[in-house]
Write a new protein. Structure first.
Length: 113
């Protein structure tokens, strides 16, 4: 499968790692939208988007949410943070390997849409 984030997990495309375990990988976004902008992904290509999450493949999504506080702490986000998952064209999803944006490092705008 020709997937950018699968290539990042395999190391074919280099990335700046923040956290990794056997299920998930977190790395700095190449085009940060905030002082800290981390992407968190399942290592396995279990879903292209949120629409593909099922009871069978959701364990790594649960793992992502369990680890977000730890990843935020590693990144020094003591003041708080925002987690975003873009799904589909109206949300401007550009990479079809499910991922969660972890944003922080400043007081973020209250406007999302
Ligand atoms: P989306 O718009 O699909 O929710 O988010 C995709 C994100 O992937 C964007 O924020 C974009 O900057 C990031 N991105 C795209 N290509 C690369 C890359 O090669 N390396 C890294 N680290 N991030 C990337
Ligand atoms: Zn993938």
């Amino acid at each position: 499968m020709d997937c950018l984030f699968c290539k990042i997990v395999s190391g074919e495309i280099p990335s700046n790692k923040v956290y990794e375990d056997e299920m998930i990988y977190a790395f700095h976004d190449i085009n940060p939208m905030a002082p800290v902008h981390i992407l968190i992904i399942p290592k396995e290509h279990i879903a292209s988007s949120m629409n593909d999450v099922t009871g069978e493949n959701s364990a790594c999504i649960a793992r992502i949410f369990e680890k977000i506080p730890h990843i935020a702490a590693l990144a020094g986000l003591a003041g708080g943070y925002r987690v975003i998952c873009n799904c589909g064209p109206d949300a401007d999803q550009t990479v079809l390997h499910i991922h969660f944006h972890l944003l922080g490092g400043k007081k973020l705008s209250a406007t999302l849409g």
